[in-house]
Ligand binder design. Structure first.
Ligand SMILES: Cc1cc2nc3c(=O)[nH]c(=O)nc-3n(C[C@H](O)[C@H](O)[C@H](O)COP(=O)(O)O)c2cc1C
Length: 229
């Protein structure tokens, strides 16, 4: 019996460090025919997202967000996509967090979705800006009260003395606004990445994967090419 491409008996007898190089799965799929890919990558994203839902991909709206500070230090973290349209891809966070600060200094960012159940990856690059306060308010109001409190008491990415401090702050805020709406914190809201490049990756056997790459020209029209895997 195999686990992640590794024989189970090996998993028992070897250390994880020895085993890591042996993890190897074949990615079996029908591949991508670029002729069937939409000329508009946002529409193509929508189509693949629907296929991810149909195939019960776990957390299909989770993506990896890469940012880079002005002095060239990259950092990444997982986020949740909360909307997309021709305008771009929207997510919510603390504007004063590490990623928030990076994006203040350097608006260039990239998003990576990985849908392992389908052997698919989507990479999106572009510039990030804030959405309107009105749109952030609207989304904040739609969140469960517990999540609103969580966002309001978290000085995201700053040092915390201990778990207790966070829980006390949450309890105090709950008391302060008992029976009232929690206001959206001024430093929390939505960001939108306007894409200039989008790549769809489909795993195939023998690592002969498919990659279809879209790039927006200055006027906004998309070109579509195939890249070596
Ligand atoms: C599945 C998953 C979803 C997440 N979604 C968000 C999110 O939508 N917004 C957010 O601020 N952090 C989210 N996080 C936490 C971030 O990964 C990260 O820890 C946090 O935003 C602080 O990052 P920073 O210090 O680089 O700013 C999520 C984490 C995971 C694992």
């Amino acid at each position: 019996m195999k686990l992640g491409g590794v024989e189970l008996k090996d998993v028992k007898n070897k250390s994880i460090r020895q085993l890591v190089a042996n993890f190897r799965n074949e990615y079996i799929s029908n591949g991508i025919d670029e002729k069937t890919m939409s000329d508009d990558p946002i529409q193509q994203f929508e189509k693949w997202f629907k296929e991810a839902l149909d195939n019960k991909v776990l957390e299909p709206n989770a993506f990896h967000l890469s940012t880079c500070s002005a002095d060239g230090r990259p950092s990444g973290r997982v986020m949740l996509l909360k909307g997309f349209s021709e305008e771009g891809f929207v997510f919510f966070t603390n504007y004063e967090s590490r990623k928030g600060n990076d994006l203040e200094e350097n608006a260039n960012a990239s998003m990576t979705f990985i849908w392992l159940e389908l052997y698919r990856q989507i990479r999106i690059e572009g510039k990030v800006s804030r959405i309107s306060g009105k749109d952030s308010d609207e989304y904040f109001r739609s969140r469960p009260r517990g999540s609103q409190i969580g966002a309001a008491v978290s000085a995201q990415s700053r040092v915390l003395s201990g778990r207790e401090e966070l829980e006390n702050a949450a309890n105090e805020l709950e008391k302060k606004f008992s029976g009232e709406e929690i206001p959206r914190p001024h430093n929390w809201g939505g960001l939108i990445l306007k894409p200039s490049r989008i790549e769809f990756w489909q795993g195939r056997v023998n690592r002969l994967h498919d990659r279809i790459f879209y790039e927006a020209a200055d006027g906004g029209t998309w070109t579509k090419t195939r890249l070596y895997p």
